[in-house]
Design a protein around this ligand. Structure first.
Ligand code: PEP
Length: 252
């Protein structure tokens, strides 16, 4: 059975002091976290070290929001997977739609980043999802399938097993609009099919698929109870310790 995973993407919010405050609040609340849910928080790069130290002794894991695919070199302003590993980072979000939209992330760079993250033992959270225009034109599945096929290109089965996929319809991110639980579950099931086509059925049944897009306390239960959805990637609501904890405890 797949375990539920709830990941918080803090985006470009919280300086080090605010990151530590939020972490302390979460640590306190984590005593009551549902033990069947894996929890990850993804602070900005500058807070990773302090937050990782503060999380010692808890079951909350830490992820980065992005990385470069090279391990070192003349890439001003970039962060390498080795630097993340040194800090004890376990997960890394790859291909978030905000990076695709504002920072020229392409399916090709996503694929390179996935390979590099896996090479260095980081577990990628691969984000895929369609725009509103693509959904309204009826090409949402084709769009997501293309993203999946290109992302997984030349990745071995043994590495693919370590990945998490987050279905995040772009029109639902930070907009307050959520996909219906039916739309979210349909796409998660479709992603499993695409993965079964690329690899095999066993992997498609094992792989963790999250939904992301305005997940909040009031919709978490319905979305996370869907058969093909194994958790959530949470943006805005992960910045509030109590709301994020209540999402984690959605089934309590
Ligand atoms: C996200 O950042 O991946 C996200 C889903 O954001 P929000 O929950 O704010 O829509």
């Amino acid at each position: 059975m797949r375990k539920i995973l709830v990941a918080g993407n803090w985006k470009m919010n919280n300086d080090v002091e605010a990151s530590l405050k939020l972490t302390e609040n979460l640590k306190e609340l984590s005593k009551e976290f549902d033990q069947n849910v894996d929890v990850i928080i993804c602070p900005p790069f500058v807070s990773l070290y302090s937050v990782k130290q503060a999380l010692n002794g808890t079951s909350i894991k830490i992820g980065a929001q992005n990385m470069h695919f090279e391990d070192r070199g003349a890439y001003t302003g970039e962060i390498s997977p080795l630097m993340l590993k040194e800090l004890g980072v376990e997960y890394v979000i790859i291909g978030h739609s905000e990076r695709r939209q504002y920072f020229n992330e392409t399916d090709e760079t996503v694929n390179k980043k996935l390979k590099s993250a896996l090479k260095y033992g980081l577990k990628p959270i691969l984000c895929v999802g369609e725009t509103l225009e693509q959904r309204e034109s009826g090409i949402e599945k084709q769009t997501v399938k293309n993203q999946i096929v290109k992302a997984f290109e030349d990745i071995d089965l043994s590495d693919a097993e370590k990945m998490v996929v987050a279905y995040e319809p772009i029109w639902a991110i930070g907009t307050g609009k959520t996909a219906t639980s039916q739309q979210a579950n349909d796409m998660a099931a479709f992603i499993r099919l695409a993965i079964a086509d690329t690899y095999d059925r066993e992997l498609s049944e094992k792989i963790t698929i999250l939904y992301g897009g305005s997940v909040k306390l009031d919709n978490a239960n319905e979305i996370l109870s869907q058969s093909d959805i194994d958790g959530a990637l949470v943006g805005g609501a992960s910045l509030k310790a109590v709301e994020f904890s209540e999402i984690i405890n959605y089934s309590k």
